[in-house]
Design a protein around this ligand. Structure first.
Ligand code: C2O
Ligand code: CU
Ligand code: CU
Length: 543
């Protein structure tokens, strides 16, 4: 049976389950209508985005902190008003140094520099920090084996070997990652090298002003503005989807821009929601340039009109506003797509049915269904700029992919008894189903069941390249950029790759690293509910 048939069948069944009630069908319809509505006038549009986008400053929330001396990260509950006038508890990493305080700092570090940090756990439960995308040893990578108890501390010390890129950090304790990340623990980790600095100079980019990290996260709030995190059984299977999308912890944000080139380093920091990112002006899609992905710059800019970005992935893009006029507005949007929640045959359908009957999904018009169109950020073209630079045609040189001759290692993703599995198993802390030799290049084939949902698969400690996609769903056709079936998001060095239902994605994984002894890393789904439910597997790299 073809995927499309499967989806239609499921759609009819869930649709029937909610006929007469305002259910998922009505909810989706509402969003489609919203998207088709003629573009609102400038005033109306602007009024819908009343909050200035939080930009990384020199301290405070998301402030840029240059890593030099050792520092302490205090993980603790703080009061913060994400919604205006509604201060509420969130979790945050707080750093104090030289009389300044940062909350979830944007770390900035040179390739080769050493990071020396102490994590001090002022939460009331276990935690540990994982440096997502960094090539560190297992002890610094912070496998849940290393999680620490409330009131204790953990010391990190490692050189940062990565090439320049937009990495990030977040908690990784066993079964608590989703909750802690959702409640606020996450931040950027920006690595720079000579090539990167040359690009910044060439394009006159300044971090926090014209080079802007954007973390996109969807949340649910209660009346008092408190974050709600209470996934029910269905949400543990599907992932926890919020109804308010924040950019840099700002709801309905706007950003005042000049007529020049901007760089956005976009991180999908959501627990489960995938975005299909596009820019539009007056309802017309605008082309933008993808210049980097998870592991830094690509060989050249890739012009696109849209790109999928799954939880954990980053997309480094240039938006050229030189042709815009003062008074124009450009929207950063997530375009509507089919979230392909066709999980698990009849069992899956019965489950969905239950969710609809029990109700919170898609019931209210305000509910933001997975795959719904969303206006994320309004960019107001507010001033004229004299801007000369041109985007260099060549950005970087990527080492050619070393493809192993050996036969591919297979990973099969499927659902059984409401648990997502990798090769038929759910995570066990002390089991290492996969052992690879350090220094070896392997080909991995990640195959997602047809009756599944998209899984963003992430590998710790070791970067990879995406070699090809096959069996891709129809909706990927418009974003594929080469004969291997790759999308712009797949290019370059990666640590997370989205695998759609029915797809097989081939990866080239380079297991060379300088660390002595065996290293335990993880391969897991970055849908954080899936991860915490055990869609994760230990990978031992044998010295
Ligand atoms: Cu960003 Cu194991 O995670
Ligand atoms: Cu990671
Ligand atoms: Cu998953």
């Amino acid at each position: 049976m073809k995927m499309i048939d499967f989806n239609r069948r499921k759609f009819l069944i869930t649709g029937a389950a909610v006929l007469g009630a305002a259910g998922v069908v009505a909810g989706v319809g509402w969003w489609y209508r919203a998207r088709r509505a003629p573009h609102a006038g400038m005033e109306t549009g602007a009024a819908a985005f009343p909050n200035a986008l939080r930009l990384p400053g020199t301290s405070g929330v998301l402030g840029v902190m240059d890593v030099a001396a050792p520092f302490t990260m205090l993980a603790k509950p703080v009061q913060h008003a994400i919604l205006e006038g509604k201060p509420a508890p969130v979790l945050a990493y707080q750093v104090e140094q030289d009389g300044k305080t940062w909350v979830n700092p944007v770390f900035r570090v040179r390739t080769g520099a050493t990071l020396q940090a102490k994590l001090s756990n002022a939460l009331d439960e276990n935690t540990i920090i994982h440096w997502h995308g960094l090539k560190v040893d297992a002890r610094n990578d912070a496998h849940p084996l290393y999680e620490i108890g409330a009131g204790t501390a953990y010391d990190y010390q490692f050189p940062v070997p990565n090439r320049a890129g937009t990495y990030w950090y977040h908690p990784h304790p066993d079964k608590l990652t989703s909750k802690q990340a959702y409640l606020g623990l996450a931040g950027f980790f920006i690595v720079e090298d000579d090539e990167e600095l040359a690009l910044q100079k060439a394009l006159d980019l300044k971090l926090g002003a014209t080079d802007i990290p954007l973390v996109i996260q969807d949340k649910k709030f209660d009346e008092q503005g408190r974050l709600l995190y209470a996934p029910n059984e269905e949400e543990k299977v599907n992932g926890y989807i919020g109804d308010t999308v924040l950019v840099n912890l700002t709801p309905r944000p706007h950003f005042n821009a000049a007529t020049r080139i901007y760089r956005f380093r976009i991180l999908n920091g959501s627990n489960a929601r995938i975005y299909r990112l596009g820019f539009a002006q007056g309802g017309r899609p605008l082309e933008y340039q993808v210049i980097g992905t998870d592991g830094g710059l690509l060989d050249r800019p890739y012009p696109v009109k849209e790109a999928f970005l799954a939880p954990g992935e980053r997309l480094d893009v240039l938006l050229d506003l030189r042709a815009a006029a003062v008074g124009d507005a450009v929207m950063l949007q997530s375009l509507a797509f089919d979230p392909m929640h066709a999980e698990g045959s009849m069992a899956g359908m019965a489950m969905d049915h239950g969710a609809m009957g029990g109700m919170d999904h898609g019931a209210q018009p305000g509910m933001l269904a997975d795959g719904a169109a969303i206006d994320l950020l309004r960019i107001n073209v507010a001033s004229k700029a004299a801007y000369e630079p041109r985007v260099p045609p060549k950005l970087s040189t990527l080492a050619p992919v070393k493809s192993a001759v050996a036969k591919a290692r297979e990973f099969v993703l499927d659902l059984k008894d409401r648990r997502w599995r990798i090769n038929g198993e759910v995570f066990e802390m002390n089991k290492t189903p996969v052992t690879v030799q350090r220094g070896v290049n392997e080909i991995w084939e990640v195959r997602n069941d047809k009756a599944s949902m998209p899984h963003p698969m992430h590998l710790h400690g070791v970067p990879f390249r995406v070699l090809g996609r096959s069996g891709s769903p129809q909706q990927l056709k418009s974003v594929i950029v080469n004969e291997q079936g790759l999308t712009a998001t797949d290019l370059g060095w990666k640590d997370t790759v989205l695998v759609w239902p029915g797809e097989t994605v081939r990866l080239a994984v380079d297991f060379s690293h300088p660390y002595p002894g065996d290293q335990i890393y993880l391969f897991h789904c970055h849908n954080l509910e899936h991860e915490d439910q055990g869609m994760m597997i230990n990978i031992k790299v044998q010295a």
